[in-house]
Design a protein around this ligand. Structure first.
Ligand code: SAH
Length: 533
């Protein structure tokens, strides 16, 4: 029997990916087909299965990608085909989202659906701008209004005189209204609302690129024009706007020193999140362009497996990266063994991150060099007896030779076992398109991120991107690789860790040491959807 599927009409929230509900996230994870809008943050698609079919139904201001009828038809078609569909809509699906029409089409076709409400931009964008839509001292209601209709036109279904009267005890929130702001503020004043009534316009609310213009009914249209603020934006009218000064939080410069900065993260997908999240917390918009993909070593795991089988005979095991630690333990477990095999050997870790990865396995490294390059490990071991000792180095198959040679020169018997291989990341068309729009900072966290990034985007494009962006390297080795490849490095971290890199980025940004950067907001709005197309 041909059974029908189910469609989830999901509110994706206003932009900040953290504002998706748990129920929405769960439906997204289970979906076989995802139909998403321009205003649904594409970062949410990461939650979906990689095998899910993705259909972009964004409506661009000038040309329609899919008409509403076509969207309805797609939902019906996929539902009839028995699919589980996540229909991801910006904000809340039933607040000016045409979700009602989609639900009607599904009901008419007999396809089961569920509605997962979302956080609407009508409330969230003001909140992120420090404006509560209600406040006991100010109002007893708030009204959400479409600003799409021209108030001066006969066919406008909105009675602006009545709105103006009602607004004396209520907050007005306009969606889709920036273009008509001059007419809207004029109509409200004509209806008797005071010219001094406070107004705020919040563009890209809840996102790193959020911008806020404030003024009064008399001044706001000019202010918005002056600041070049355009769609998507929410306009709030009423006394609550005055609370922004006291309640501002999301865009406080002292807490979000990287606000609105677009920063490229080239680490492997699995490791990018630590850096991305640190940057996002500081207000930046991380663009993940993973330059590295980690796979099995070309010659397989035989050498590592053999070393693990006779681990008791080693005096030292030296871990040089988190990946080395991860793969070592994978093979250990595959061999049916566990951390106890390290009982006799002493353990060294290059870098605190590597040491932390060991700690999660219950192993506290005996030696962690202060500086996180191979040479400093040799220094750190200088007090140890090395001659004649057996060292195991589980590492990448393209690792630098310095450590191996240095240990050998000191008389150690060194076994290198390939634990993993780093390959050039798969270029993601969406992320590359975002790069071409311009970025502020490009970060490199290892020599292979530099090499692979250049290979991934091509030498010429890399030069062009680098010309307008600031380049940050995690340490001297990475920086010198970048220079060898013809990329200027603007600064390096003092401590060669992700935290050190973030610190250096904040310092460079707050001291105004960044390059001119991208030709940002001058050309107005950027389409979030491009990040996934
Ligand atoms: N269903 C959506 C609204 C869709 S109508 C919701 O509940 O939020 C589209 C309008 O929503 C835009 O024109 C703009 O006014 C507003 N909007 C959506 N996301 C926004 C954001 N991040 N910042 C400011 N306004 C936003």
């Amino acid at each position: 029997m041909n059974h029908t599927g189910k469609v989830y009409l999901i509110g994706a929230g206003p932009g900040d990916p953290g504002l998706l509900t748990l129920k929405g996230a769960e439906a997204l994870r289970r979906a076989e087909v995802i139909v998403y809008d321009r205003l649904a943050n594409p970062a949410l698609l990461k939650l979906a299965s990689p095998n899910a079919e993705r259909i972009y139904a964004g409506k661009l201001p000038d040309h329609h990608t899919l008409t509403q009828d076509e969207i309805n038809a797609v939902l019906v078609e996929k539902g009839l085909a028995g699919r589980t569909v996540a229909r991801l809509k910006g904000g809340d699906p039933y607040v000016f989202g045409r979700g009602g029409e989609e639900a009607e089409a599904l009901r008419a076709a007999g396809i089961p659906f569920e509605v997962v409400p979302g956080v609407t931009s009508a409330i969230a964008a003001p909140a992120y701008a420090g404006v509560p839509v209600t406040h006991r001292d100010e109002c007893s209601a708030f009204v959400v209004i479409t600003g799409h209709e021209d108030p001066t036109k006969e066919e406008s279904s909105l009675d602006y005189d009545a709105l103006a009267r009602f607004a004396r005890g209520a907050t007005l929130v306009f969606l889709m209204g920036v273009r008509r702001l001059p007419q809207i503020s004029a109509a409200l004043q004509a209806g008797g609302l005071l010219a001094e009534t406070p107004v705020a316009v919040v563009q890209w609310g809840t996102l790193p690129q959020q911008r806020v213009a404030t003024g009064t009914l008399a001044t706001i249209a000019d202010e918005v024009k002056r600041q070049n603020i355009s769609s998507p934006a929410v306009t709030v009218v009423g006394g609550v706007v005055n609370y922004r000064d006291a309640l501002r939080w999301f865009d406080l410069p002292e807490e979000k020193p990287l606000l609105g900065k677009r920063i490229v993260v080239t680490r492997a997908r699995a490791q990018a999140s630590e850096l991305s999240e640190a940057l996002r917390d500081l207000g930046a918009e991380p663009i993940e362009v993973p330059a590295i993909r980690i796979t099995e070593p070309e010659d397989g795991y035989a050498a590592l497996d053999a070393a693990i089988a006779e681990l008791e005979s080693y005096d030292w095991v030296v871990f040089t990266s988190i990946n080395g630690v991860d793969h070592f333990w994978q093979r250990l477990r595959a061999a049916g063994r566990d951390s106890r095999v390290l009982g006799r050997a002493r353990v060294a870790a290059i870098g605190t991150a590597t040491a932390e990865a060991l700690e999660t396995r219950g192993i506290v490294a005996d030696v962690v060099p202060e500086q996180f390059v191979a040479e400093s490990l040799l220094d750190a071991l200088s007090g140890e007896e090395i001659a004649g000792k057996r060292f195991l180095l589980p590492r990448a198959d393209i690792a630098r030779e310095a450590l191996y040679k240095g240990l050998q020169a000191a008389g150690a018997r060194v076994t290198e076992a390939h634990a993993y291989r780093t390959l050039v990341g798969e270029p993601d068309a969406g992320a590359l398109a975002t790069l071409d729009e311009g970025v502020d900072i490009i970060t490199f966290t290892s020599s292979s991120t530099v090499r692979n990034f250049v290979e991934q985007v091509g030498a010429e494009r890399a030069q062009r991107l680098a010309a307008n962006a600031t380049i940050a390297a995690i340490g001297p080795i990475t920086a010198s690789t970048a220079r060898e490849l013809g990329l200027r490095v603007d600064f390096e971290a003092e401590e060669y860790t992700v935290a050190g890199l973030v610190q250096a980025i904040v310092r460079a940004t707050t001291t105004g040491a960044l390059r001119a950067g991208r030709p940002t907001t001058a050309n107005g709005e950027r389409l979030m959807a491009q990040a996934v197309e």
